[in-house]
Design a protein. Structure first.
Length: 393
């Protein structure tokens, strides 16, 4: 019993020591509280409108007829497109696009209306800058739709002239009517799509960095032996006492972004907030487990931080947020499972978006549990580094 009490006392002493270090170094305050809060607000306000609107485009109208002007007015009526300039030729429009004044331009050649009336299939062109992926893709969609609508209107006029009724004309132009209902994010809101992964992803990256830094700086400052002595020379008591205060702060920040996204911004959360809080706690613990593995594998502060930053940044690409994992190379699909954010993302999709029972995500919870127990692989090596490693600047 006395030995057990000594363990609790040692754990409490390590926690007090770590708490004093947290409040005495502004770096911890910034990385654990200020930076997450800034990122939450930054990303959600950056995309508060859901989709970009009124993106500037130009027009090269060499036809100069009532039909071409009507076409331009219809294009300008799209929510995401704003016709801000008319150019005399393609060269001037191209220069304006290269300068960043417009994201694309619509080209109507001379004789377009005459060819339409003669049913000679005129051609219109549109150019978009896909260097800016979202702007280019959305404007391409609007310009393509406008061209298809114009083509349909011309064909409908020709059918009317041949005596077809409206029902006959529409049945010919659109034999299959598409009724689209986007699931789970019917507003097609980019903020819903991105912020639910950016917020935990930034938090995970900061956990990597702080976990590696808090252990690596003990080696750098030659205070590692003192830390171990405070923990009764037990690596497990020392690690638990050091990281439990971190866990509490990071989980509090995780609760904050969940309440902010699902309670204040009313993002879809079909399973309720409790499963997402559990997933957030698992992500925090899994990220700390990965951080211990990083500094245990490379027990040098600069190498450990480089490992943490590289793995954290790669997580945003490998989790399947920006590019679906199923479309990646099979090797990359396998490597994606080595990133905690990938499993959190899949839990989010199952729980918050689809509202499935938690049992559907059991494999992802097991994966996060495996990340939590990774410190067992490097505990002996890490203890040796804390006792005998000499830091080399």
């Amino acid at each position: 019993m006395e030995k057990k009490n000594n363990k609790y006392i040692a754990l409490w002493n390590v926690m007090k020591r770590e708490f004093h270090r947290l409040v005495s170094r502004p770096l911890y305050l910034f990385c654990m509280i200020v930076a997450p809060l800034f990122c939450y607000v930054f990303f959600t306000t950056l995309m508060d409108s859901g989709l970009p609107t009124n993106m500037p485009v130009g027009v090269v109208d060499q036809d100069m007829t009532t039909t071409s002007r009507q076409l331009i007015r219809n294009l300008d009526a799209f929510e995401q497109t704003a016709v801000i300039a008319h150019y005399p030729n393609i060269g001037d429009a191209r220069i304006a696009m290269q300068k960043g004044e417009i994201y694309g331009f619509y080209y109507i050649p001379d004789g377009t209306t005459a060819k339409v009336q003669a049913q000679r299939q005129p051609k219109v062109s549109f150019y978009t800058n896909n260097t800016l992926l979202i702007a280019g893709s959305l404007l391409f969609k609007d310009m393509k739709m406008m061209s298809e609508l114009a083509s349909g209107a011309a064909a409908r006029t020709a059918l009317y002239a041949k005596g077809a009724t409206e029902d006959q004309a529409m049945a010919f132009l659109q034999p299959i009517v598409i009724d689209t209902h986007p699931l789970n994010n019917p507003w097609l809101n980019y903020s819903v799509y991105l912020c639910n992964t950016f917020a935990p992803g930034v938090l995970m990256l900061l956990i990597f960095m702080i976990t590696v830094y808090s252990i690596g700086v003990e080696i750098k400052d030659r205070t590692a032996r003192e830390w171990l002595r405070t923990g009764n020379n037990s690596i497990w008591i020392s690690l638990a006492g050091k990281l439990l205060p971190h866990t509490a702060v990071f989980f509090l920040m995780g609760i904050l972004y969940n309440v902010y996204l699902y309670g204040f911004l009313h993002f879809p959360c079909n399973s309720g907030i409790l499963p997402m809080l559990l997933a957030t706690l698992c992500l925090v613990l899994a990220s700390q487990g990965m951080g211990i593995l990083m500094i245990g594998t490379l027990p040098t502060l600069r190498l450990g931080l480089s490992f943490a930053s590289l793995w954290g940044v790669l997580s945003f690409s490998m989790c399947g947020l920006s590019f679906p994992a199923m479309a990646m190379h099979p090797v990359l699909q396998g490597l994606a499972n080595l990133f905690p954010l990938r499993h959190y993302f899949l839990i989010y999709v199952d729980q918050a978006l689809n509202g499935y029972p938690m049992i559907y995500s059991w494999m992802n919870y097991v994966a996060l549990l495996i990340f939590m127990i990774l410190p067992f692989l490097v505990a002996h090596r890490l203890k040796g580094a804390l006792i005998s490693y000499k830091y080399v600047p």
